[in-house]
Design a binder for this molecule. Structure first.
Ligand code: MG
Length: 383
């Protein structure tokens, strides 16, 4: 039988899980959260992450991050933090690998465009969609839709959520209504996500030439670590110097998070996950590190995410998603049969159900599939 004896009393223990929506027999070889992780790795939406992007579009280069490599980096950072804090690494890994499953093609531009298209039908939110993928959309089991993950993994995937949506979600939505915390593992994954994307966006930004290193020397956290690299390896330059700087930044953020959170856990002294839910947020950076991380984020926002070349891609992404949606809503018979409503759905429900299926179809597309589908719909010589 599986034991979580090495974990802190405040960690999520597999044996104390609130369980799965459909009861299943325990595994003889794996904990509940290991099973969740394995189900995620084997699902279809996970494989699609390879061809979905955050900032750069898939065809722009082979070395940029995609959502798959991003998710792996989040899992790596999250596990390092979890092990040091005696938290459940398997749960952190499961949440990390699943956290972006519901993302549309073309990163935030795609999500914003689909949300705008869906305004009259309840909107579109990628966190909710990630949950929808694991709860409903994956078709892999004879006994149920979705992956039937544990409550704790599902709760961790739902990072934020409006009160209106929370009311529709039942158990995993309740904490937003009650204003309670999720597990420490979910809190860790949240910040591991931020550490991963801030650092890899700098790396990708420099690699693409959209950012120049001279600009980054204005950002304290980068300049400070770059100076250490120069002092340690006089004459170092180019990609090697950037990589040395970024790995030091990641390490500094992780170490600060472990120390600050470890101290907060000591002060709050939670003895169960239930305590964690009622107490203040315990996973956090020190104030000084938080300021530095914010400055970095702000720098990326102003210099990379709003770079005119990124804006051009954002413009094309918005147009592609919007035109796909417009065509399909006007003529649902353009959709592949799986996404058309079955005969016999009641009339008043027909439109909202069809619209949601269109959103599922578009959200599930990879970048290149969306571009191809757009051509197939609008270019007369493309079939
Ligand atoms: Mg992410």
């Amino acid at each position: 039988m599986f034991t979580d004896a090495h974990l802190g009393p405040y960690a999520a223990q597999s044996a104390n899980s609130r369980g799965r929506r459909y009861a299943e027999e325990a595994s003889s070889s794996r904990s509940e959260y290991q099973r969740d992780r394995d189900r995620i790795i084997h699902c279809t939406a996970f494989r699609r992450l390879e061809y979905k992007t955050q900032v750069f579009v898939n065809h722009e280069g082979d070395l940029f991050r995609n959502r798959l490599t991003h998710s792996l980096e989040v899992a790596q950072i999250g596990r390092s933090i979890a092990r040091n804090l005696r938290l459940n690494e398997d749960l952190v890994e499961a949440i990390s690998l699943a956290h972006d499953l519901g993302h549309t093609p073309f990163g935030h531009a795609g999500q914003d465009a689909l949300n705008t298209c869906m305004k009259a039908y309840g909107g579109f939110e990628h966190n909710l969609q990630s949950l929808r993928v694991v709860d409903q959309l994956e078709e892999r089991y004879g006994a149920f839709d979705g992956l039937n993950l544990t409550f704790e993994t599902r709760e961790g995937i739902l990072k934020h959520c409006s009160i209106n949506n929370a009311r529709l979600l039942g158990d995993v939505g309740q904490r937003f209504i009650d204003k309670k915390r999720p597990t420490l593992e979910a809190q860790v994954t949240n910040l591991a996500d931020a550490i991963a994307y801030n650092n890899h966006d700098i790396d990708d930004g420099l690699r693409s030439g959209l950012l120049q290193e001279a600009q980054l020397l204005e950002v304290d956290i980068y300049a400070r670590h770059r100076a250490v690299v120069d002092a340690t390896y006089p004459g170092i330059s180019g990609r090697r110097a950037i990589a040395e700087t970024i790995r030091r930044m990641i390490n500094t953020l992780i170490v600060d998070l472990i120390q600050t959170s470890g101290q907060k856990i000591k002060e709050c002294a939670p003895t169960s996950v239930d305590d964690v839910r009622h107490m203040e947020r315990m996973i956090a950076f020190s104030d000084a590190m938080f300021q530095e991380a914010q400055a970095l984020k702000q720098f990326l926002f102003e210099n990379l995410y709003r770079h005119y070349q990124v804006n051009r891609m954002t413009f094309k992404a918005r147009r592609t998603i919007t035109e796909l949606f417009d065509a399909m809503i006007a003529e649902p018979n353009l959709l592949p049969p799986d996404y058309q409503l079955a005969q016999g759905e009641s009339d008043d429900q027909r439109m909202p159900l069809q619209v949601r299926k269109i959103a599922d179809y578009i959200a599930g597309m990879t970048d290149r599939y969306a571009m191809r589908e757009h051509r197939r719909l609008y270019m007369v010589d493309e079939i």
